[in-house]
Design a protein around this ligand. Structure first.
Ligand SMILES: Cc1ncc(COP(=O)(O)O)c(C=O)c1O
Length: 481
């Protein structure tokens, strides 16, 4: 058979499989190499066919992951903040955070808000419990003293070893174990700012950063952030040139709530800007090991030569939120954060950090992470499919590069806070977009977590949420169930 025929045959076969649903939205196509081998055709023929399917809008190439059947659901294409702005958190925004947290306290509600895996398959609780108990039996003395530096070194060594996969060369002795990532962020901020200083953040950003920054007497400057490529470096460079920022706090790899990862060149340029303007970046890499791509995108820290990047993460999302084990490598500010840690909480539990260290050392973590990534990627595809089917026309949702968070932009007539209350009345909890910035910019947005078992109850809740949004979008009243 001649090549053009083989090529159009492959295009039509795949298009037909997509049309009849046997290749569902979000499913991955065989790699070019595998498809060529399976069909006994050339590499070029498959590449051409995949390109044509891409041009027809049926499939998409995801960086370092391969080709996927495209969902009918569009992605947000523009930042909703177009220029930087200083944010003044209000009493109202604090109350909003408190209200959403209180809503999550109801055990019988379906929680689409909580960014913490929920269900027995997400955490290796049994293995960790066995390791912790064994450690305590063998070394009861661990609980009888402070784990002051240099302290037990297993965990810092494992963190440094794992950092290599993200392009980092972190000296284990300079890795500080912290009380979750939140304490790491706090120590890093305190090391490089004074009350009254301004810190640049992405917009939208993780909502808990606002109370943290305000409690340290810091001003918050929101920087436009593209839903697919992250922080706008042009906007950032202007602010740096005007000397308006004492520090930047950002998530360049799998951002919360957008799920985006900055392209490699942008990360490199960001590291260069930090060096040029001598401004520290506090890089929150909490989700960096949950990237979906086969090759992990390196951190901004991996491009840093002069210690301007302070990087932190924790094991909250992948191992054990209750252990509260996080870490911070503070580059040129390492000595200062060590002093601050001593003054704030002295040290972390040696038992718990050693148990995490043992878990990592035993080699369980990579297979655990592979399982998590697979599960989250599936949940996200399933969730995007449900959103496409049940949410009002015009709704878009991000296609995250990792993690388990989806950011939705609903038609402008939908008010996310009204939707929050309507959903809460039906025992469904979501996080309204208003949490991720002050003001009304994100008032028609939602963040939804996909880190739960996607059972019938969960799917029914999402369907109902879509109906409630639909009723608002068409100006009607939702039917009471
Ligand atoms: C981006 C980001 N940073 C930090 C944290 C806090 O992490 P930890 O529980 O380890 O303090 C979270 C929790 O959701 C988060 O999403």
């Amino acid at each position: 058979m001649n090549a053009p025929f083989l090529y159009s045959q492959l295009v039509e076969d795949i298009a037909a499989a997509i049309a009849c649903g046997s290749l569902a939205a979000g499913s991955r196509l065989p790699s070019v190499r595998r498809c060529a081998a399976e069909r006994g055709i050339s590499f070029n023929t498959v590449t051409m066919a995949y390109r044509q399917l891409e041009d027809r809008g049926l499939i998409e190439a995801r960086p370092q992951s391969g080709y996927f059947v495209k969902s009918a659901l569009g992605q947000p294409a523009q930042p909703l903040r177009h220029s930087p702005a200083t944010i003044t958190p209000t009493r109202e925004s604090e109350q909003l955070v408190a209200m959403v947290l209180a809503a999550q306290a109801h055990g019988d509600h379906v929680n689409l808000a909580l960014a913490c895996p929920d269900g027995e398959h997400f955490y290796p609780a049994d293995k960790l419990a066995r390791l912790t108990a064994g450690l305590l039996r063998r070394q009861p003395g661990l609980v009888g003293r402070y784990a002051l530096p240099p302290g037990p070194g297993r965990l810092p060594q494992q963190i440094a070893r794992r950092g290599l996969a993200l392009g980092m060369h972190l000296p284990p002795d300079d890795i500080l174990i912290t009380h979750g990532a939140m304490e790491a962020l706090q120590l890093a901020l305190r090391a490089v700012t004074q009350p009254g200083d301004t810190v640049g953040v992405e917009s939208p950003t993780y909502f808990n950063l606002y109370p943290l920054l305000v409690s340290l007497g810091l001003k918050v400057l929101e920087i436009p952030t593209h839903p697919q490529t992250g922080l706008s470096l042009d906007a950032l460079e202007l602010l740096l040139a005007e000397k308006r920022l004492a520090a930047i706090l950002a998530m360049p790899t799998v951002q919360n709530p957008l799920g985006c990862t900055m392209p490699l060149d942008a990360k490199r340029r960001l590291a260069e800007l930090l060096r040029q303007y001598e401004v520290p970046l506090i890089e929150d890499a909490l989700y960096a090991e949950l990237q979906f791509g086969e090759a992990l995108s390196p951190t901004v820290q991996s491009f840093d030569r002069d210690g301007w990047v302070m990087i932190c993460a924790s094991y909250t999302k992948t191992l054990a939120p209750d252990y509260r084990i996080g870490w911070l490598y503070a580059g040129r500010f390492a000595a200062r954060v060590r002093e601050l840690k001593f003054a704030s909480s002295i040290a972390e539990s040696a038992l718990l950090s050693e148990a995490v260290g043992l878990f990592l050392e035993a080699g369980h973590y990579d297979s655990h992470l592979r399982g998590l990534r697979r599960r989250y990627a599936q949940n996200i595809d399933r969730m995007r499919g449900l959103i496409a089917a049940h949410f009002p026309a015009g709704t878009t949702a991000t296609q995250p590069a990792g993690g388990f968070l989806l950011w939705l932009e609903l038609p402008p007539q939908v008010d996310a806070l009204t939707l929050f209350h309507a959903a809460l009345a039906e025992k469904i909890v979501v996080t309204p977009g208003n949490l991720y910035s002050s003001g009304s910019r994100y008032r028609h947005c939602l963040r939804i977590s996909c880190c739960h078992e996607m059972n019938e109850r969960f799917v029914a809740a999402l369907r109902r949420l879509g109906e409630l949004a639909q009723a608002q979008a068409s100006g009607g009243q939702p039917q009471i169930q």
